[in-house]
Design a protein around this ligand. Structure first.
Ligand SMILES: *Cc1c(COP(=O)(O)O)cnc(C)c1O
Length: 455
């Protein structure tokens, strides 16, 4: 396996705790934050970052934490990747902004060319750039509506598509994303998804037919502009649909003139062991939305899709002041180059092997002691979830998930949770994390699971 290029990180790659968590400097900043920052925005980890890179985040007190979250699947190439940092510095000195809608620049076009090549399918494609994942999803739906002349949009149980009005409507979970923020955008219909751990043996094709029948009966294919789906659901619990689910759904969309939108904001860019998660099922979406891992931490998002759909929108109908910012575009080009030269899809598959075998070992140990709290281990590449339950049931154990994450953090490992029921630990390390650091983090996580699971 490719050794991780030393140029991906200059921050020492180590777990090192020098104060309690949070330390005094973080605590002081937390007090300032409380007085200045709106309460609605919260943080998973109570420490303030000073540096980050490779597989670690170093806080203002000098604690070095192993990062199994990548700032939610963003810092795939590391948070201070030298190639990305150099590209950003160089571009910032040339110009930070002109607005692509005023005077265009080459890097935007180059990103579009790269995305047209990298995304699934060899058909003619076009790309448009934005700032955030939610903005990409909104625009994909604008494009689908313009091209079909239809209004309805179908999303799924457990879906997460963002926090703007339309994407809140698409998102399934009320607290914390939607609660008190309505009314939501109309013409959004929610269908059951495929959740193998909770579907009682239903296979992918059956789950797809269940959704299709409801779409037919409750909406009508001829009214549906788009079906939008995460090929692996992210915030909803890293749910990998049963094989066949996506294919049957995509085939039905094609047969009925419904635009199939794959939201790969979280699952894209080498994260799952392929460039895009759709590829595992050979599904070619009409439109694909991308953000998070695209630009080494710089804010950038994109919609790429079939040229005839993308170009059905009237001139001037798409855009935004900052969309495809030049600094973000050069960062994306550098990040994509890094993903290619370091073969990060292969690194993601290496991470999957290491993570899953460590997790299966803990699951077995817990089960042997009649403490079978690990209901499911799933995911692909460096997007792996552990679903925690009450032993012997499928009853969610969200308090246990929180306790395990807190225990790991107190030992210097950042672990995120997710899931409709809040009972899923999700592991999504930077793809440039070294094997040693990953194994060390998994040892800490295993300890946390052993210590926190009820006896
Ligand atoms: C994070 C996420 C979004 C929203 O992206 P933002 O950049 O936070 O707006 C949309 N879809 C999926 C699948 C995501 O994981």
């Amino acid at each position: 396996m490719t050794p991780i290029n030393a140029t991906t990180a200059v921050v020492p790659q180590e777990r090192r705790l020098v104060t309690e968590i949070p330390g005094p400097r973080s605590a002081a900043l937390a007090a300032r934050r409380e007085a200045a920052v709106a309460r609605g925005v919260t943080s998973v980890v109570p420490v303030f970052a000073a540096r980050a890179g490779g597989g670690v985040v170093v806080d203002v007190d000098g604690n070095s934490l192993i990062d199994l979250g990548s700032g939610i699947a963003v810092t795939t190439v590391g948070a201070s990747n030298l190639q990305v940092a150099a590209a950003v510095a160089e571009q910032a000195a040339l110009f930070t902004h002109t607005c692509f809608m005023i005077s265009p620049y080459e890097s935007y076009v180059a990103v579009a060319e790269r995305l047209n090549e990298l995304t699934p399918g060899d058909h003619d494609k076009r790309t448009v750039l934005f700032n955030s994942g939610a903005e990409a999803v909104e625009n994909a739906i604008k494009i689908a509506r313009a091209t079909t002349g239809r209004n309805a949009v179908v999303a799924f149980d457990h879906a997460y598509h963002g926090r703007t009005n339309l994407t809140m409507a698409l998102t399934a979970k009320s607290l914390p994303y939607k609660h008190s923020f309505g009314p939501f955008a109309p013409e959004v219909y929610r269908m059951p998804a495929s959740y193998p751990f909770r579907d009682g043996g239903m296979d992918g094709a059956q789950a797809a037919r269940r959704a299709i029948e409801l779409m037919d009966k409750q909406v009508g294919a001829e009214a549906i502009a788009a079906v939008v789906i995460e090929p692996i659901q992210g915030e909803g619990g890293f749910i990998v649909p049963a094989p066949g689910f996506l294919t049957v759904l995509a085939d039905w969309c094609r047969a009925h003139g419904v635009v199939f939108i794959a939201d790969e904001v979280q699952s894209g860019f080498a994260r799952t062991g392929t460039w895009f998660a759709c590829e595992h099922e050979n599904v070619v979406p009409d439109l694909i939305t991308m953000a998070k891992g695209i630009a080494g931490g710089m804010p950038l998002s994109a919609v790429t899709g079939r040229a005839e759909l993308m170009d059905s929108v009237h001139e001037g109908g798409l855009g935004g002041t900052y969309g495809g910012n030049p600094v973000a575009c050069v960062a994306a080009l550098a990040a994509i180059d890094e993903m290619t030269t370091l073969d990060l899809p292969a690194q993601a598959r290496r991470i999957e092997d290491t993570v899953k075998s460590a997790l299966w070992a803990v699951a077995e140990k817990l089960a042997d002691q009649d403490r079978g709290v690990i209901g499911d281990i799933r995911g692909r590449g460096a997007m792996i979830a552990v679903e925690l339950v009450r032993p012997g049931t499928d009853e969610p154990a969200p308090a246990l998930a929180r306790a395990v994450a807190a225990h790991a953090l107190s030992r210097g490992v950042i672990v995120l949770t997710c899931g409709t029921f809040g009972n899923v630990l999700r592991l999504l390390p930077p793809l440039v994390i070294t094997e040693d650091l990953l194994v060390e983090a998994l040892d800490v996580l295993a300890d946390a699971l052993m210590s926190c699971s009820p006896r």
